[in-house]
Design a binder for this molecule. Sequence first.
Ligand code: ADP
Ligand code: MG
Length: 481
Amino acid sequence: MAVTAWEVVIGCEIHVQLATQSKIFSGAATAFGAAPNTQACAVDLGLPGVLPVLNGEAVRLAVKFGLAIDAHIEPHAVFARKNYFYPDLPKGYQISQLERPIVGAGHVDILLEEGVRKRIGITRAHLEEDAGKSLHEDFHGMTGIDLNRAGTPLLEIVSEPDLRSAAEAAAYMRKIHQLVRYLGISDGNMQEGSFRCDANVSVRPLGQAELGTRAEIKNINSFRFVEQAVNYEVERQIALLESGGRVVQETRLYDPDRGETRSMRSKEEANDYRYFPDPDLLPLAIDANFIEAVRATLPELPEARCQRFIQELGLLEYDANTLTASRPLADYFEAVCAAAKCDAKLCANWVMGTLSAALNRDAISVESSPVSAEALAELLRRIADHTISGKIAKQVFDLMWQGEGRADAIIADRGLQQITDNSALEAMIATTIDAYPQQRDEYRAGKEKLFGFFVGQVMKQTKGQANPALVNEILTIKLKG
Ligand code: ADP
Ligand code: MG
């Protein structure tokens, strides 16, 4: 079959670890990093005679997500047993949801490169428990089992096959990550496995209605890897189809070291999970009062906040989008604006520029910035009232970053105020001009480019502290002679 163009189709299943103190069906702690098997109680171990008790907080967090994506909340959600055998699953089944998941159909919008918004459908989001972990590396020739993670609450968010490229898949993954962190329902920590994505990838001849056969790439834990993995998989499938082969439905793993996906298990050997409603758990009744109580706790969502920044503060869409990327960053920016009481654009430039660069360089999160929002605002007020220039402000910022104190104190101690005293500047400019008679004469003979040379000399003399507008004004007069 000669196909001129292939269309890529991707649907994602994202597992989000919910930020509860205890597990979804037991009172054991969920904290990350504890010694193996110290946070697994009888319920998590699957001992006979124990019963699961649903954690209300997990329900609340799931509903919060559902409301944020404008989804239908199921009034009678059902828990089901998903049966399979694996050493890190002592009960022999995972409690999950199949029919009647807690969160039904909803949607999110992603922003594509050209500033275009695209709506991505979310099929469902269901509650389930995580399994334990198999430790293959710590024991020679044996596998260790750590059941601390068993029973940790997960929300599995399933998208429609609406994504059309690796970049869209990454944008979608970022969007969900941003959302769950805004909502405070998960820490979204990818290194610790609190946020992982399975990408289902297929290709079809452009214009064909029927979906192609998909491969599912499991457990991708970075935005960069999702792009790499999908791109590799797309290439693989197209090459296969174009050489007359066919894609088999299977589960594949992405190996970031080799930059390729490889087969884990095919559908033929896949498990038949024999789902059935869990007889130990009643259907979960969620009433309108509960839903409204949860709705009242919703924070301002990233899109609304972004629009507010554009409308109220006059920011450009790109800047507003950058500043609302995470809630702590947006909070920081708003605190700067409130305290600085000056041009929001100046505040935006400094938060996105100098501050973010320093945070990135030193790998510090904005919450633990050594320069507080109030301290940065103080510095920006000194730019706004012309005490210092933007250039000197960068030096002051570096000193603040190094813990040398607040802006006003640094400016006063080091005498960094702009020189705005006319007579002092005039005298200095006169001497500077006299120091370069040749350039002066050439300038007067018409070589106007040399104006910049004199500005540079004066700025050097004053260590950048001269008020640039004043320097221009005085130089113009004096150079004329
Ligand atoms: P499963 O039961 O195997 O998990 P689902 O039908 O629930 O399969 O789909 C899982 C994910 O795969 C969803 O995100 C869905 O959008 C996506 N998906 C389904 N079929 C395709 C396909 N042909 N190509 C790409 N993605 C697909
Ligand atoms: Mg699946």
